[in-house]
Structure formats: C-alpha cells, structure tokens
Design a protein around this ligand. Structure first.
Ligand SMILES: [Zn+2]
Length: 148
C-alpha cells in the first residue's frame, strides 16, 4: 500500500495512477525498470488479496487471466525463474519436474509411458506459469525470495 501525494488516498503498491484522483503514483519501492505488464499483474495480485490470492473470486475472468498468464514461464519453466533471479524456486521446481520424469524413464526404457511423460511436462510447465507471477510479486514487493 502507498498513499497518493495529491489526495492522500491509500492505493495498492503497484498502481500506476491513484484510483481517487488519477495522479501518477511514485513507483513505490518497485524497481524503476519494471514494465507496465508487471505493474498490472501486481495490481491484480493485490486486488486478489496478495500472493496467496485469497480473494481471487473477485477478479473477472479477464483479470484472472492477465494475473496468471506468463508464456515465458510456461515455455522455459525453472529457467525462467533462474533468469528472474529466483534461483531457489528454480531449483525446487526443476527437481519437482525432473524427478518424476526420471522415474518414468526408469520405468519405461522403451518409452511406453511417453504420453505420461508428456503429461508431466505439461503439468510442470503449467505449474511454473501459475507460480511465476505471484512468486515474482513476493520477490519484488514483499522482498521474499524463496524458502531458505
Ligand atoms: Zn490521489
């Protein structure tokens, strides 16, 4: 949360404009180079009650989509987290995906379980995408970057 310099109304930390008077808000304590896309995502995460998203039902379908959609996290999975400086989560998510895939390989040397492997890959990619924006919010806004 941060207060508008013009009218004093309290606004969500990631908002670009004051909701009451429209004045451009200072960039809170977010990095200056953070893009508009991330500001919108962070606003929506705050509207949903924070990174745990306890009030996510209040978001419309479109807002929910904009809050969670992250094609790069889907495509690159743990490597996306690594690039974003979230290396602890990158490591944990990589293990969570890699271990089941390795077990499937061991159980099916002739790739009989190929479809299952494909399913695990998709699930891991979806998991990384669903986690990416809230995890980045935790890192940038809450200064919380991982579990240890
Ligand atoms: Zn204002």
């Amino acid at each position: 949360m941060s207060n508008c310099q013009n009218c004093g109304v309290e606004n969500l930390a990631a908002l670009v404009n004051c909701t009451a008077c429209g004045t451009t808000m200072p960039p809170a304590d977010l990095p200056d180079d953070i893009s508009q896309i991330w500001r919108i995502r962070f606003d929506l995460i705050e509207k949903a009650g924070g990174p745990g998203l306890p009030m996510r039902q209040q978001l419309s379908f479109g807002e929910h989509f904009r809050m969670t959609w992250n094609i790069w996290a889907f495509l690159f999975g743990p490597f996306y987290f690594l690039v974003k400086g979230m290396w602890r989560k990158a490591l944990v998510y990589w293990l969570l995906g890699f271990v089941p895939l390795m077990l499937i390989d061991l159980a099916s040397p002739d790739n009989e379980l190929g479809p299952l492997k494909f399913g695990v890959n998709i699930a891991a990619a979806a998991w990384c995408m669903l986690r990416s924006n809230t995890d980045y919010y935790r890192k940038l806004v809450l200064k919380d970057n991982g579990w240890w």
